[in-house]
Design a protein around this ligand. Structure first.
Ligand code: PEP
Length: 249
């Protein structure tokens, strides 16, 4: 979308010990010349959050988390809150990633409550949605996207506090990607849904594509209408790959 500044975001998932900070350092340096054109973000595991933000103080590279609880504190052993992420100088949080939805049974309502908790802590929520392979084969993709957008995105969403990430579940970590025509159709549909619900604000909300984005396919995917950046899993672990993808802009 021409008037939207793209966002290239990396999700390290449960990967990365302190050694991985060498890659982060290279990314922080490498994205500096791109800051006028795009925003860049890495979401390391929570254990590295604080040291990661400290490492990026002189870089435009933003740091975020991969999940948050719906509450800001309390008796929730093992969870982290949006307030804690903000306290570590994180500025974004991914919510509703398909691995959370599938492996932890997260519903649209829960994802929405997490996004609201993110907003309350002044974090940008990256709300992930996307159809499974069975839903794609059953011709239900747009219905699923409609339902997930309606259920997972808070009413108070704005272009400043919310990013949508379209990640077909069958394309995550598989090396498979939808055709350009399928991505274009899905993104045009999500845009129209956002505009129907949020009016002019919906035209400005960033819609990322995610699912097996790599240096060799990024240029084609990022050129598709209404694709306002990428959410990258595997290829965000290596600075060379993350920077190569960022440089398609
Ligand atoms: C993801 O998990 O958000 C993702 C898109 O993973 P990958 O790029 O490895 O497919």
């Amino acid at each position: 979308t021409p008037e939207i500044k793209p966002l290239v975001a990396g999700n390290w998932k449960m990967n990365g010990t302190r050694e991985q900070l060498n890659e982060l350092k290279a990314m922080a340096e490498g994205v500096a010349p791109l800051a006028g054109k795009i925003d860049t973000l890495i979401c390391p595991p929570a254990t590295l959050l604080y040291v990661a933000t400290a490492l990026c103080t002189d870089s435009p590279l933003k740091i975020g988390a991969q999940d948050c609880h719906t509450a800001q504190s309390g008796a929730f052993t093992g969870d982290i809150s949006a307030t804690m992420i903000a306290d570590c100088f994180g500025t974004f949080v991914i919510v509703g990633h398909s691995e959370r939805r599938t492996l932890h049974g997260e519903s649209d309502a829960l994802v929405r409550a997490k996004a609201e908790a993110a907003h309350a802590a002044e974090l940008v929520a990256i709300v992930c949605i996307g159809e499974t392979e069975a839903e794609r084969k059953g011709g239900e993709t747009l219905d699923v996207l409609k339902r997930q957008l309606a259920g997972s995105v808070p009413d108070a969403a704005t272009a400043a506090n919310t990013v949508i990430a379209y990640e077909p579940v069958w394309a995550i970590g598989t090396g498979l990607t939808p055709t350009a025509a399928d991505v274009e159709e899905a993104h045009a549909f999500m845009r129209s849904e956002l505009v129907a619900r949020f009016g002019a604000e919906g035209k400005k909300v960033r819609i990322l594509y995610g699912g097996s984005v790599k240096p060799s396919n990024a240029a084609e995917l990022m050129a598709i209408a209404n694709v306002d950046g990428a959410l990258i899993g595997g290829a965000s672990l290596k600075a060379a790959d993350f920077l190569a993808i960022s440089k398609v802009y």
